[in-house]
Design a protein around this ligand. Sequence first.
Ligand SMILES: [Mn+2]
Length: 431
Amino acid sequence: MKYLPIDQNLFIRNRQAFTGQMKPNAIAVFQSNDEMPSNADQFHPFKQNSDIFYLSGIDQEDSILLIYPDSPNPIYREALFLKKTNEHIAIWEGHKYTEEEARAASGIQTIHWKEEFPAIFNMLMNHAETLYLNSNENDRASILVETRDMRFAREMQQRFPMHKLERSAPIMARLRVSKSKWEQDLLQTACDITRKAYLRVLQNIKPGMMEYEVEADITHEFLRNRATRHAYGAIIASGASACVLHYVDNNLECKDGDLILMDFGAEYANYCADLTRTIPVNGRFTERQKQVYNACLNVQKKALDMIHAGMILKDYNAEVGKVMESELKAIGLLTDADIKNQDPSWPAYKKYFMHGTGHFLGLDVHDIGNHYEPVPVGAVMTCEPGIYIREEGIGIRIENDVMITENGLYDFMRDFPREVEEIEDIMNSRN
Ligand SMILES: [Mn+2]
């Protein structure tokens, strides 16, 4: 791992919160993600399953976490089963957690090699009444490849049909949505790295540069600051490409007079940043670009003011839509007639702002959380209104990451240049 060690108290506290929600005499099992094959003998870079990481801090393939608070044998109240290592394996396959390291990372005392799991688990299951199984219940997920958690769940349904089975996912969604102080710090680090990359782009971009060169500058800054990788595929979209919401080709020239929309974020210690900034390639907004940019910025500022604990996302999005509607009217994109005749299920503003205002953020860039319940204190969300005018080749989105605290909103990106004048000043004072 490139990131610095994390305070094990984060994971200890997370497990306490999880066990507090479990039924009596129940076991919960969490599996790491598989290593995903690409071709031949190669694998995609490993990405840990967010739930096992959240509960253990273990960032390694082939890991199992077992939690059994009422275990008759106290050493199995919590246990890790990890990939075996020794000197020989360390030389051939690289470093894996030693028992000591796994204890230090997780705060869990009982560490076994994974070969011991079946026998121990079987013995414990004979005492337990309920088994909590984990699954990916992210609303946006549509998954073809079966995860290790799902394969395990299938096997358990077969092997233990008389036990009660429970879902861990609803508990995890409730816990993970509210971030602790430790998580706030990790998210801030991910955002700080992202800020460095943004400042580098403000220094280096000029007409004639290719979008992938901008992406390369960002990647450079990420890696040299201990980011694991991009939290998602960076969108580096100049000119009309900015109107393609998930443009990731990043292969066109940044042209004089165009804007460039950049949506990117660092992943640090598995926590994700998610930034969007839109800047002029040549360092100066045209009057029209400035007008549309400021309309979008006005919407963002008002939308940020609306975020509060207890809000329902559907109502919040509708309210932001109203603000967007009046801004689009002010810059000549919507008329009173457009609004009067609009289809209420697809309001007129959606022609120019067709996505939601934000999403939960954390270990996943589209983090888990309940869209129909009031948003709790501790929730971290993006705020990212956009205005996309295909006929003018202008696409603008401005995105900050914020946390709802007891004392109002905490903006992880409060010092990321965002005003027109600020951006122009930096770009025009560079050497
Ligand atoms: Mn986003």
